[in-house]
Design a protein around this ligand. Structure first.
Ligand SMILES: *[C@@H]1O[C@H](CO)[C@@H](O)[C@H](O)[C@H]1NC(C)=O
Ligand SMILES: *[C@@H]1O[C@H](CO)[C@@H](O)[C@H](O)[C@H]1NC(C)=O
Length: 431
């Protein structure tokens, strides 16, 4: 065989184009040596780059002592949290918010209301409810506290709940519990599963943001030890919220058949994009993500021990790969799931879907891109399918929610927005 066409491992990878067979062996050794040196160097570089974001964050915000945390503004808290959602932990942060909502269904007083409002009687309505909740939450998490988009979605959220709260169908404790989970769940999930833990500054931001959101939703903190006297800062609020929430679960997260009903419908939403043959694994994964109390309350079996080991191994591998192998996400590739501009009809699109494609524009890309093909292969509907069923014109914050609430509550929401204009100023919510 001609030497020049012989493929040595060294040559194959573009190393040392040597024609002398005796030296070609050396090329391979060099390659191995290089890889052995380069890989740790690369891993070191990646982990350095990954932590640069956090270093810059701490340079940008002058909160170096616990004392100074009490001055963090709502605007800053919102920005810091947005960084976590869009850049640092996009996948797990969203999962944790979904899971926060899911967790509330372990409380019979919550699941019973949902089951009775018929929002969960059919898969259709639970898919829509999931999309609606995602829409409202992403609007107030993703936009500055004083922005029109944040305030309209807050007004809508408050209005949708108002009649149920006034009639006592929704308990104020359950409002507080649900709000708290939106802050607590991400903190706990990041600690358990992510490539780094949150810093105190970031935890404080989360506490500050949701404390202020609770104020805007007129949720009372009287049930918390410092609810009447006032909290020092976001961390203080978060700590008391966590303790109260854990205690509330001990008292109220109890087995109930309605929990199971609502949980089943929701799990169907979470596993929407899995083929039928893999659904049982997805189900075990969901169960793996739950703790004993929640599983008991929802009457769900724990996953088999082998599966649990496997899932936890996968999370460890992911954690390692992210920290040492995956370069940090650049700002231009930040994860955003909505359009920035209002459509000319004043509507906003979801830009991706992981369940039914509600509010997604039936654009060329969304109907013919890779995700569209995958969706099609699974036999799931595409954006724009079935006429107006999936709202191909996008959503209007003031109309999001159950169908029977569409177009309703305009005056009441105007009033709430007037109130927010004076109370929600993007300032520190602790003074
Ligand atoms: C806020 O909630 C309290 C009950 O917790 C209620 O009495 C009050 O009217 C509410 N305020 C507004 C403006 O909705
Ligand atoms: C608004 O929606 C229409 C279709 O509903 C679409 O053709 C148009 O491009 C959208 N405009 C913007 C600014 O997104």
């Amino acid at each position: 065989m001609d030497n020049s066409t012989q493929l040595t491992p060294g040559k194959f990878l573009g190393f040392v184009p040597n024609t002398d067979p005796r030296v070609a062996g050396l090329g391979f050794q060099q390659l191995v040596t290089c890889v052995c040196l380069l890989l740790p160097a690369y891993a070191f570089l990646v982990s350095q780059l990954r932590f640069r974001y956090l270093q810059r964050l701490h340079q940008k915000y002058p909160y170096t002592t616990r004392e100074s945390f009490s001055r963090m503004t709502d605007d800053e808290a919102c920005e810091i949290q947005k960084g976590l959602v869009q850049l640092e932990f996009p996948f797990l942060y969203l999962k944790s918010l979904q899971f926060a909502l899911f967790r509330t269904y372990g409380i019979p007083t919550i699941s019973t209301v949902l089951a009775n409002t018929a929002q969960f009687s059919k898969p259709e309505t639970s898919l829509k409810r999931y999309a609606d909740t995602a829409a409202l939450v992403q609007e107030f998490v993703g936009h500055a506290p004083t922005s029109r988009r944040a305030c309209t979605s807050i007004a809508r959220t408050r209005w949708i709940h108002s009649s149920y709260r006034a009639s006592g169908k929704i308990l104020e404790d359950d409002m507080l519990y649900t709000l708290g989970l939106f802050a607590i769940q991400p903190v706990r999930f990041v600690k358990m599963y992510e490539w780094r833990d949150l810093s105190d500054l970031e935890r404080c931001a989360i506490g500050t943001f949701w404390k202020s959101l609770g104020d805007s939703l007129n949720i009372s903190y009287d049930a918390l030890p410092s609810g009447k006297t006032g909290f020092r800062d976001g961390l203080h609020w978060l700590e008391e919220m966590m303790a109260w929430s854990d205690d509330y679960e001990v008292r109220c997260m109890v087995p109930h058949v309605k929990n199971r009903e609502v949980a089943e419908q929701t799990i169907a939403v979470l596993l929407y994009m899995l083929p039928q043959s893999l659904q049982f694994i997805g189900m075990r994964f969901v169960s793996f993500m739950m703790d004993d109390r929640l599983r008991k309350a929802m009457l769900i079996d724990p996953p088999p021990a082998f599966d649990a080991k496997l899932f936890s191994l996968l999370f460890s591998a992911r954690r390692f790969a992210l920290r040492y192998l995956a370069l940090p996400r650049p700002y231009v590739l930040r994860y955003v799931s909505y359009t920035d501009d209002y459509n000319e009809s004043g509507r906003i699109y979801m830009t991706n879907w992981d369940a039914a494609p509600y509010y997604v524009e039936p654009s060329l890309r969304n109907r013919w891109g890779p995700i569209a093909w995958l969706t099609w292969a699974l036999g799931r509907p595409l954006p724009g399918d079935e006429g107006d069923k999936y709202y191909p014109k996008g959503y209007d914050n003031l109309d999001v929610g159950p169908k029977y609430f569409e177009g309703k509550g305009r005056q009441a929401m105007e009033d709430i927005m007037k109130e927010l204009e004076t109370t929600r100023r993007g300032q520190c919510p602790f003074h």
